[in-house]
Design a protein around this ligand. Structure first.
Ligand code: ACO
Length: 332
C-alpha cells in the first residue's frame, strides 16, 4: 500500500517589535493597575509596532526572512503562502501577497485566511490539506497581527489584552507517521456580537460617523467570551486526547492560545496536565491573536523533540475554536 503523505512542520520564524508597552505605562493611559491586569489576565507587557504606514505585513515578512535563513530554504522554493490575520494591511490586496513580495517568494501564490484567534489552527489545517494532496511541497503559513491598530487605548476593558507579532511556519510532506495528524475545528456565528470590530468592513465602512462612535476598534463582552472560551477549549482538547489515547503522562505539551492565563489554567486543569507541560508566554506578549500559538512553538523550539505529542488549542472571535494534534517532526 502506498504511504500516506503527512504534513510536517519543518521550521519556525518570528518577529516581535522592539517597543514594549508595560502595565505601568498602560496605567497612565487608563484607570487600571498592574495588580488588576496580572491577577485577572496574566499579562505584564506587550510589544507594539510603531511607525506610520507600517502594517502587519512588516512583521510577517521579517518572520518569513528568519524562517528561510534558519531552514536554509531558498525563497524560490516556496509554492504557497497563507497569511492568517484580523489586521490586514488593507482590505485588499491580501497581506499574504505583500509578504510574498517583500520576502521575494517569486514562485508562490498567496492568500489571506481569517480565523481570528483560531486562525493558526485553521491555517494549519488548510496548509496540511495542500501538502497532503501531493501538489504542494513547501507551504509557508504566516500569522501576522498588528492588534494595536484596532485597539482603543481609552478602553480599559480591552487595551491591556492585545499585542503585535508576526510568525512564519514551514510545512513540508513526509511519508513518516509524524506532523499534523488531526484537527477538530468549529465555528458558531452566534458569537459575532460578543467579540468584533463593528466598523471598517462592508457592513459599516469606517466613515466619520462610525469613527466618532468609536466603532472601528475591538468590541468585546469579556465575561461572555471567557465562559465560552473555557468550555470550548477544554472540551475540544480533552476530546482530542481521548481520540488519540493521549494521557497526561504521554502528552508532551499543550500549546494553548494566549488570551487569558485563567483560560489556559482551566483548560490544562480539565486535561489533568501539570503546569510544566503547558507553554505559556502571555505575560510578555499578551494576546497576539493568530500569532500566539506559533510564538510559543518558536520560543520552545529548542526543547521540542522528534516524536513529541502536542495539542494546539484555541478559541476566538466568530466564535471559532478547535484543537490540532501534532507529532513534532524534528530535533532542534
Ligand atoms: N482595570 C481595572 N478594572 C477593570 C479593567 C482594567 N483593565 N477592565 C475591566 N475592569 C473592571 C470592570 O469595569 C468591572 O468593574 P465593575 O464590576 O465595577 O463593573 C470589573 O473589572 C470586572 O470586569 P469583567 O469584565 O467581569 O472582568 P473579567 O474578570 O471577566 O476580565 C477579561 C475581563 C480579561 C476581558 C476576561 O473576561 C477575558 O479574558 N475574556 C475572554 C477573552 C478572550 O478569550 N477573547 C477571545 C480571544 S480574542 C480574539 O478572538 C480577537
Amino acid at each position: 500500500m502506498e504511504n500516506k503523505i503527512h504534513a510536517q512542520i519543518t521550521g519556525i520564524g518570528a518577529y516581535v517589535p522592539d517597543y514594549i508597552l508595560d502595565n505601568e505605562e498602560l496605567s497612565r493611559l487608563v484607570d487600571t493597575s498592574d495588580e488588576w491586569i496580572m491577577s485577572r489576565v496574566g499579562i505584564k507587557e506587550r510589544h507594539i509596532l510603531k511607525g506610520t504606514g507600517k502594517g502587519a505585513s512588516v512583521m510577517g515578512a521579517k518572520a518569513v526572512d528568519q524562517l528561510l535563513e534558519k531552514t536554509g530554504v531558498s525563497p524560490d522554493e516556496i509554492d504557497l503562502v497563507i497569511c492568517t490575520t484580523v489586521t490586514p494591511d488593507h482590505l485588499f490586496p491580501s497581506t499574504a501577497s505583500i509578504v510574498a513580495y517583500e520576502s521575494k517568494l517569486k514562485n508562490a501564490w498567496a492568500f489571506d485566511l481569517l480565523g481570528a484567534c483560531s486562525g493558526f489552527l485553521y491555517g494549519i489545517e488548510t496548509a496540511r490539506s495542500f501538502i497532503e494532496s501531493g501538489r504542494y511541497k513547501k507551504v509557508v503559513l504566516v500569522s501576522a497581527e498588528k492588534m494595536s491598530s484596532i485597539t482603543n487605548y481609552e478602553d480599559r476593558t480591552t487595551c491591556p489584552l492585545f499585542g503585535d507579532a508576526g510568525t512564519a511556519v514551514l510545512l513540508e510532506p513526509t511519508s513518516e507517521e509524524i506532523g499534523v495528524l488531526d484537527a477538530d475545528l468549529h465555528t458558531d456565528g452566534m458569537g459575532k456580537p460578543y467579540l468584533y470590530r463593528k466598523a471598517g468592513g462592508s457592513a459599516h465602512p469606517a466613515h466619520a460617523k462610525e469613527v466618532a462612535n468609536i466603532d472601528h476598534y475591538i468590541y468585546q463582552e469579556g465575561r461572555f467570551v471567557f465562559k465560552h472560551a473555557v468550555s470550548k477549549m477544554a472540551g475540544v482538547s480533552v476530546g482530542m486526547m481521548k481520540k488519540h489515547n493521549l494521557t497526561p503522562e504521554t502528552l508532551a505539551w499543550l500549546v494553548p492560545h494566549q488570551a487569558n492565563l485563567r483560560i489556559i489554567d482551566a483548560t490544562a486543569h480539565h486535561m489533568n496536565l501539570p503546569p510544566e507541560k503547558v507553554m505559556i508566554n502571555i505575560e510578555r506578549y499578551g494576546n497576539t491573536t493568530s500569532a500566539t500559538i506559533p510564538l510559543c512553538l518558536w520560543e520552545w523550539e529548542k526543547q521540542l523533540k522528534k516524536g513529541d505529542d502536542l495539542i494546539l488549542s484555541a478559541f476566538g472571535a466568530g466564535f471559532t475554536w478547535g484543537a490540532v494534534y501534532v507529532k513534532w517532526a524534528y530535533d532542534s
